[in-house]
Design a protein around this ligand. Structure first.
Ligand code: 9WO
Length: 251
């Protein structure tokens, strides 16, 4: 997988290149990153890439010629979809991450200032993606979030593909609670289901917790999800136990 990033702050991506799973993916040859700085495509000695907005108003806008030249240079390396990280975009989901991770190449456009000249977005961008309903100072951190989420989906990166499939959001559910040593901590113990080594009991407990946590925190994720007989039964058990605990604590 090759990902090319158009950004005026390529140095921000050293965190992706030098740390964690993305570093391993690069070292294993599963991921190749390229960076394209619009300042390198400026035609003045000040390497300007922004100017005042037509129509007035605060801030500056990234100029079309320089950004377009950087984008086309990036696309010359590998013909991939161009994704602009923007609060106006379609909210990113795990399913969309998997789709991106399945493609050979991707070009990410990270904006700064008040935005990028609309003529670039109209002519060069295939899709706008948001990582949530908030605004940060630039598209670089959202781009790094997308890159890391994609890296986790690349074959051979995690080493144990089963762990991805079992992971939260891979099956459309939230995660189950995790525990590790010590077994007792400040009078709080580990659920007994996790201690006996019965793998099927552990699997059922984790699935029940994932279903229950999703019901409690993100019922919207269950709305369109088809539950197997086992999942429906486990969720019923969780609901009964939760409601009984609520009744006990209110007495
Ligand atoms: C800024 C803005 C402010 C209020 C309402 C909507 C807004 N959109 C933008 C915008 O697109 N900004 C551009 C990219 C240029 C300035 C920095 N940028 C940015 C991208 N800020 N936040 C994001 C972003 C990207 C993906 N997911 C969440 C936020």
């Amino acid at each position: 997988m090759r990902i090319d990033v158009v950004t005026i702050f390529p140095q921000m991506f050293q965190a992706v290149e030098n740390c964690g799973m993305s570093r391993v993916a690069i070292e294993k040859g599963h991921l190749e990153l390229g960076f394209w700085d619009p300042r390198d495509y400026a035609e003045d000695s000040y390497r300007r890439i922004d100017d005042r907005p037509y129509g007035g108003g605060p801030g500056m806008v990234m100029q079309a010629p320089q950004v377009t030249r950087a984008l086309r240079a990036a696309k010359s390396q590998a013909s991939g979809k161009v994704v602009y990280l923007s609060p106006q975009g379609r909210t990113l989901t795990q399913e969309r991450v998997r789709e991106f991770a399945g493609g050979p190449n991707l070009v990410l456009l990270a904006g700064r200032y008040e935005g990028i000249d609309q003529r670039v977005l109209d002519a060069e961008v295939d899709e706008e993606i948001s990582i949530g309903d908030y605004v940060v100072a630039g598209g670089e951190l959202p781009a790094m979030v997308l890159i890391e989420a994609m890296v986790r989906c690349l074959p051979g990166v995690l080493g144990n593909h089963e762990s991805i499939d079992a992971e939260s959001f891979s099956n459309g559910l939230l995660d189950w609670p995790h525990y590790t040593r010590p077994e007792e901590f400040e009078d709080r113990s580990v659920p007994s289901e996790l201690l006996g080594g019965d793998h099927d009991k552990i699997r059922r407990w984790r699935l029940k917790q994932a279903l229950g946590q999703t019901w409690l925190r993100r019922p919207d994720l269950l709305k369109d999800k088809h539950l197997s007989d086992e999942e429906a039964s486990l969720l019923r058990e969780f609901k009964i136990q939760t409601l009984e605990q609520g009744q006990e604590s209110s007495q």
